[in-house]
Design a protein around this ligand. Structure first.
Ligand SMILES: Cc1cc2nc3c(=O)[nH]c(=O)nc-3n(C[C@H](O)[C@H](O)[C@H](O)COP(=O)(O)OP(=O)(O)OC[C@H]3O[C@@H](n4cnc5c(N)ncnc54)[C@H](O)[C@@H]3O)c2cc1C
Length: 441
């Protein structure tokens, strides 16, 4: 079975969820079924992650007849596997985005990305989603002197735009983080944490309550343009739709020719300990902020709603192998928190997220009334949720000028078959650069 494929063709069944902490502690998914009858809809949305579900919720506000068609179950992809860190902004800094995109469009994009967590937390509130939201801020500590300059510049750029951010006093960091490995940090109060699988399932419940249909265990195998409509073909039913949204994230396949070659599906992992003692819980992130540090191979950490240390990042691959990822996360935990003793690990899982060459999320319209959105570059909780609203606006007729994200040409990467060795090589180089910077610090 292909690790990145939500549909197990050999068994003619959805691929199971990975054994993750989130799968074991989240409230059950709402009841949904496989599609068994052909249907006529205004909009067929392929993929039941944050992008697809948020699009459905926003489209229902104008009464569109919407079907979400998901190969496995809501949250099966990155949306149910991530670190639950709701982080404002994009992967690149505000000044760089404004220079790259230019003028008013750049400023709008920065403001949109900075406020994207607001949409997550307000949807949670509005739909009473039971996903353990905590909005106490996101801390980005610097592991080296080089990275301290970078985070200080990032903090300054957001301050200039009036965001609630600040540099933290280095002397207070050991008490705030529970480790003395960092040389400085900034905090962005717009960030927070959630249980990401519970959020996915809550969005699915909200979409159903708003009147959307959600079909699970229903892989879309083919898209066909017939006259003015699209045929969305699955093994058990065909949807006829005026519009199609492709919201398959990094799990995209060949439904839209060339789409999967616009991103590198990058595998990262998460580990979670057994529940920790009260003593240790009072030491690691006692303010219950979340943290992801600045290094080329970043480490992220947080305390989970059931009192575990969870760590993510640290290394990545474009292939299926996971042992190196797990071992690297255990090493990162020992490096930061080894002074509390050896941790007992309960969970390890992994998933893929979409990296784009320009590190920006992409909207593509390769055919009339067919729109694809992907490429959140690891910032997908907030950005994918916000992108759902943008997609709904486009379908309702928003012009290019009105859209906060530009619609760009679908540009498949050349030499895509080399992605695995190239990513492995880059990861090695980044690891060496991080070690070098640390040695200098
Ligand atoms: C391990 C990990 C940790 C991460 N940590 C964070 C974090 O802490 N903070 C953050 O902001 N972001 C994080 N991310 C990124 C974030 O999870 C993603 O950007 C976001 O979930 C993408 O949502 P999506 O809806 O676009 O895609 P997905 O959630 O991947 O959903 C795509 C869906 O499409 C379905 N699908 C695919 N093909 C078909 C088909 N042919 N027919 C029907 N359905 C199909 C899949 O089954 C899947 O459910 C992380 C990602 C990973 C993998």
């Amino acid at each position: 079975m292909n690790e990145n494929d939500p549909w197990d063709s050999e068994r003619s069944a959805p691929a199971p969820l990975p054994r993750s902490l989130w799968a074991s502690i989240s409230p059950p998914a709402p009841e949904t079924r496989r599609a068994t009858q052909d249907a006529r809809v205004d909009v067929a949305i392929i993929g039941g992650g944050y992008t697809g579900l948020s699009t459905a919720i926003h489209l229902r506000q104008t009464g569109a007849n919407v079907a979400v068609v998901e190969a496995a179950e809501a949250g099966w992809g990155a949306s149910g596997r991530n670190g639950g860190q709701v982080i404002p902004g994009l992967k690149i800094d505000p000044d760089e985005i404004e220079a790259f995109v230019g003028g008013e469009c750049g400023r709008r994009l920065v403001a949109w990305a900075g406020s994207a967590p607001d949409m997550v937390f307000s949807l949670i509130k509005q739909h009473e989603i039971d996903c353990s939201p905590v909005r106490n801020g996101w801390i980005q500590p610097a592991y080296t002197k080089v990275s301290l300059e970078i985070v200080a510049s990032r903090c300054r750029q957001w301050q200039e735009r009036g965001a609630p951010v600040e540099m933290l006093d280095p002397a207070q960091l050991p008490d705030m983080l529970g480790t003395s490995k960092y040389v400085g940090a900034w905090m962005d109060r717009r960030g927070g944490s959630i249980n990401p699988m519970a959020y996915s399932r809550g969005l699915a419940r909200a979409a159903l309550a708003a009147g959307a249909k959600i079909y699970t265990a229903t892989p879309v195998q083919k898209l066909e343009r017939q006259g003015a409509v699209w045929k969305v073909i699955t093994p058990s039913a065909t949807f006829t739709a005026d519009h199609v949204v492709v919201a398959t994230g990094a799990y995209c396949n060949d439904l839209v020719p060339g789409l999967k070659r616009t991103i590198i599906p990058t595998r990262i992992g998460e580990v979670a300990t057994k529940p920790l003692s009260h003593n240790i819980l009072a030491k690691i992130l006692p303010g219950r902020q979340l943290a992801s540090d600045w290094r080329r191979l970043l480490a992220s950490f947080r305390i989970t709603p059931d009192g575990r240390l969870m760590m993510g990042g640290s290394t990545a691959t474009a292939g299926p192998e996971t042992t190196k990822i797990r071992d690297s996360l255990h090493r990162a935990a020992r490096d930061l928190f080894g002074h509390y003793g050896e941790f007992e690990w309960d969970f390890f899982w992994s998933g893929v997220f979409a990296v784009t060459p320009d590190k920006l999320p992409h909207l593509h319209e390769p055919h009339p009334h067919l729109i694809a959105a992907l490429g959140c570059n690891g910032r997908g909780i907030a950005i994918s949720t916000a992108m759902g609203k943008v997609l709904a606006e486009r379908i309702r007729g928003a012009s290019d000028e009105e859209l906060v994200l530009p619609v760009s040409r679908l540009a498949p990467m050349h030499f895509y078959f080399l992605r695995r060795p190239v990513v492995d090589f880059l990861i090695k180089v980044k690891g060496v650069q991080d070690k070098f910077d640390r040695a200098r610090t």
